[in-house]
Design a protein around this ligand. Sequence first.
Ligand code: EPZ
Length: 421
Amino acid sequence: MERYVIQGGIALNGNLDVQGAKNSALPIMAACLLGNGASILDNVPALSDVAVMAQIMETIGAKVAWTGENQLRVDCTQLDNWAIPDYLMRRMRSSFIVVGPLLGRLGRVRVTYPGGCAIGTRAIDLHLQGLKKLGAKITTGPSGQIEFRASQLRGTFVDLDIPSVGATENILMAAVLAQGTTVINNPAREPEIVDLQSFLNKMGARVEGAGGDQIIIQGVDKLEPACHEIIPDRIVAGTLLVAAAVTGGRVTLHKVVPAHMSVVVAKLAEMGATIDVGKDYITLYAPEQLKSVEKIITAPYPGFPTDMQPQFMAALASAQGVGILTEKIFDGRFKHIDELRRMGANISVDGRTAIIRGVEKLRGASVEATDLRAGAALAIAALSAEGVTTLSGVQHIDRGYVNLEGQLAALGAKIYREREA
Ligand code: EPZ
């Protein structure tokens, strides 16, 4: 196990390119399973979750290899297995999104319940309902096995109660090879869904509407491999902006899509940061002290992202005034609060709402990341704190940030990684 040692109180300054989006790369890797041949993906972040997805795909017969800096070759010419072992399914939530494409390509797939960050209930009922409507026969076996079969999927109308990101992706990837037209009503509207649509269309699929209220898919007989560049990671970019903001720094992020980050940028501006937005860059100039904001409520895109909630909580912890933050997406995504309290944060919780009374300064402490974004939040808190913080559980951070310590050090932070004793 490894941990970070972070010396707080140093303003971040400089320029950085933002990595490719994990939450786009994972479903697009899965989508490669639909094409008979080798797809080339660029701007893929070298993360542990990407390695797990590669391992899952290799158990099915795919060949996955790094062929350049951030370039992945995913060869799905020969798929010779349809069962994914439980130990891989448990490694991350996204393991489940291979179901849609495998059902489309092989007509059969067996998985178990997916694992993933411990951030609350993470149901799969919407995935199952949608795939069933497309004609999949679903049976459950001993030890939590779920088997899907369909000799021919058929286009249908799927109405999602919640605009679930994963369910939208699974249903979309199953529907591209279904017979006839599928409509997904109330889909997730995230930029990562638009990126998936664009990759699928390069493969020869006929999909339109991603990013809006309905996705319409005209099924085709087969798909070809394709080349694609993954979009920039809006959550990594947001995390770095918040880190710059809490340290009183000035940072320019390049290779971003500012339109994907409007809510986060608006909140940082409300907190007192000056932000200059260009075509593919964002510069943040931090104020001397951030002001609290009284209303941050997480919501599906284009609302405030749940994946930025912990990082903003860390910023509010030493902002001037009282901040109020409500988590509406996941029912267990407040685990960072106890750790922030160890650093001197004054936070009370009422159900899904946290009331954060800003303190003058957080202080360095020994804390633990319990999940990916909680880890990012604690790194931010440590950068703003007086003294030294040791942050354990770095393996959670490695799931979503490529060499976070290197990125922060490039901006002047004093941070290093060490083995835990
Ligand atoms: C995706 O998870 C992201 N993961 C998450 O990123 C992100 O937090 C989340 O979307 C919300 O934006 C990837 O893209 C790989 P959901 P996903 O299905 O697809 C409920 C990160 O830190 N729901 O949109 O699992 C569910 O319980 C992470 O990078 C059902 O009830 O999220 C939750 O409350 C972690 N039934 C809500 O919907 C279902 O069948 C949103 O979940 C599916 C979901």
